[in-house]
Design a protein around this ligand. Structure first.
Ligand code: ZN
Length: 121
C-alpha cells in the first residue's frame, strides 16, 4: 500500500533538498538542533590570526554546529591541511590551521559560498 502517509505531517521528502540524494546517502551538514541542511550563506565566518607561543595560527570561526553524523569540519580541515601543507585542528564550530593564511582562507571560503571576512589580528 502506498501513500499511507500522504498529506500528513509524517510524509517526509525522500531526497535531500540540497544534494538531491536519498537521505540515506546524503552527507550534507545538518544543524545540530533543527536537523535542517546548513546553508553556507547562513554561516558568517570570521577569520583571524592568533599568536600561539610565538607561532601564528589562522582561526576560522563561525561555523554552525553540525549534528554528529553530518559533521564535515574534519573533512574541511583535512582538505585545508593538504592544500596548505600545514597542521591544524577542528572543534565544533571552528577550524585552526598553523601559519598565517588569513587572506587566502577568506578567499577560499567566499568561493564556497560562505560570507567570510577577515577579523582583527
Ligand atoms: Zn544532502
Amino acid at each position: 500500500m502506498t501513500g499511507l502517509f500522504h498529506g500528513t505531517p509524517l510524509e517526509q521528502p525522500l531526497t535531500c533538498e540540497r544534494c538531491q540524494q536519498p537521505h540515506a546517502k546524503c552527507g550534507c551538514p545538518r544543524d545540530r538542533l533543527s536537523g535542517k541542511v546548513l546553508d553556507p550563506r547562513d554561516q558568517n565566518l570570521r577569520i583571524r590570526r592568533e599568536k600561539r607561543g610565538g607561532k601564528v595560527v589562522t582561526v576560522i570561526a563561525g561555523f554552525a554546529q553540525r549534528s554528529d553524523r553530518t559533521n564535515d569540519l574534519p573533512t574541511i580541515l583535512k582538505q585545508l591541511k593538504s592544500t596548505l601543507g600545514t597542521g591544524g585542528s577542528a572543534d565544533e564550530t571552528s577550524i585552526e590551521v598553523q601559519g598565517d593564511h588569513r587572506d587566502k582562507m577568506v578567499e577560499h571560503f567566499k568561493k564556497l559560498g560562505y560570507p567570510a571576512k577577515p577579523a582583527d589580528g
